[in-house]
Design a binder for this molecule. Structure first.
Ligand code: ATP
Ligand code: MG
Length: 270
C-alpha cells in the first residue's frame, strides 16, 4: 500500500537503469534484479536497462594477457581490447541479462549501439583512451519503438564508428545518461557495488550537488569509476531527467527501495 503513490507517480514513465558490472557478480542478486525489473514493467513503468561489464571484461583481458588499464575511470581500449569488449558486453553479458528478464516474465530485447546504428560516436581522445567513444548521436526511435511494443530494451554501450571501424567502447554510465536524456526519462538509477557516494570516512553521502561533487573530485574523494558516474548524473539532470540516484546493487531489491519508499537509498544528485 505504501508503494501505491509511487506506482501512480511513475506510471507510463521511462526509468533508465544502469546495471553496473560490479553489481552483477552474485547470481542470486542477478535473479532478484530481473524480478524487480519485471515488477516495474508489470506495474506500468517503462524500464530501459543499460549495462556495464567492467569486471568480466577485465577478467577476460587478463586471461588473454592483453593490457588493460584505466585513465580517469575510463578503460583505455586498443583494437584488440575492443574486440574483447564487444564479445563480453554485446555478447555474453547482454544476452545473459536479456535471458534473465525473459525467464522472469518480461519480453526483453538486447541490443548494442551498432544495431540499427542507433548510437554513433567519435573518439573521445584517441591518444589518451584509444577506442573509448564519445556519443555524437542517438536515434531514440529505435529504443522508443521497442518500448512502444512492450519490450524492455537491454543496451550494451558500444557505438558504431562507421564502415570498417571496430566500433567504440562507451563508458556505460555516460551511455546511460545520454540515453536517458534522449528518451526524456523521468529518472536514472545507477546500480553499483558501493552504498552510494562515500565520503573520506567511507560514510554514505545521501545528497550531493554540482559544487559539492567538484570539491570531492578535487580532493580525490571521488575517483576511478565514480568519476564518469557523477558526470553522468549531472549530464542527465542538465538534460532534463528529473532525478538521478546512485544506489547499492548488492542489496536485495534496492531498486524497489529507491523507487517505492519515501526515504529512498543511496546518493541522490541534485
Ligand atoms: N567516493 C566514492 N564513493 C564510492 N565509490 C567510489 C568513490 N570513489 C571511487 N569509487 C569507486 O567507484 C567504484 C564504482 O565504479 P565502477 O566503475 O567500478 O563500477 P560500475 O560502474 O558499477 O560497474 P561497470 O563500470 O562495470 O559498469 C566503486 O567500487 C569504488 O571503488
Ligand atoms: Mg563504471
Amino acid at each position: 500500500m505504501d508503494a501505491l503513490p509511487y506506482i501512480r507517480k511513475f506510471n507510463k514513465k521511462t526509468v533508465v537503469i544502469k546495471y553496473g558490472g560490479s553489481a552483477q557478480e552474485n547470481p542470486e542478486l542477478r535473479e532478484k534484479f530481473a524480478q524487480d525489473i519485471v515488477l516495474l514493467y508489470l506495474v506500468g513503468i517503462k524500464p530501459v536497462i543499460v549495462h556495464g561489464g567492467g569486471k568480466k571484461i577485465s577478467n577476460l583481458l587478463d586471461k588473454l594477457e592483453f593490457d588493460s588499464h584505466f585513465v580517469d575511470g575510463l578503460r583505455v581500449t586498443d583494437s584488440d581490447a575492443m574486440e574483447v569488449v564487444e564479445m563480453v558486453l554485446g555478447g555474453s553479458i547482454n544476452k545473459h541479462i536479456t535471458n534473465l528478464l525473459n525467464q522472469s516474465g518480461a519480453k526483453a530485447i538486447g541490443i548494442t549501439g551498432k544495431d540499427a546504428g542507433f548510437i554513433k560516436a567519435k573518439a573521445l581522445n584517441e591518444e589518451k583512451y584509444g577506442l573509448v567513444g564519445e556519443i555524437t548521436d542517438i536515434d531514440k526511435s529505435v529504443v522508443e519503438g521497442l518500448i512502444n511494443e512492450n519490450f524492455i530494451p537491454v543496451i550494451a554501450p558500444i557505438a558504431t564508428g562507421g564502415m570498417n571501424h571496430p566500433g567504440f567502447n562507451i563508458n556505460a554510465d555516460l551511455a546511460a545518461s545520454k540515453i536517458a536524456v534522449a528518451l526524456k526519462a523521468q529518472k536514472i538509477i545507477f546500480l553499483t557495488d558501493t552504498a552510494g557516494i562515500l565520503d573520506k570516512d567511507k560514510e554514505l553521502i545521501s545528497t550531493l550537488n554540482r559544487d559539492e561533487i567538484k570539491t570531492l573530485k578535487e580532493n580525490k574523494t571521488i575517483t576511478g569509476g565514480m568519476l564518469p558516474k557523477t558526470d553522468a548524473c549531472l549530464e542527465a539532470l542538465n538534460g532534463g531527467v528529473k532525478s538521478a540516484h546512485i544506489i547499492d546493487g548488492r542489496i536485495e531489491h534496492s531498486l524497489l527501495l529507491e523507487l517505492f519508499t519515501s526515504d529512498g537509498i543511496g546518493t541522490k544528485i541534485k
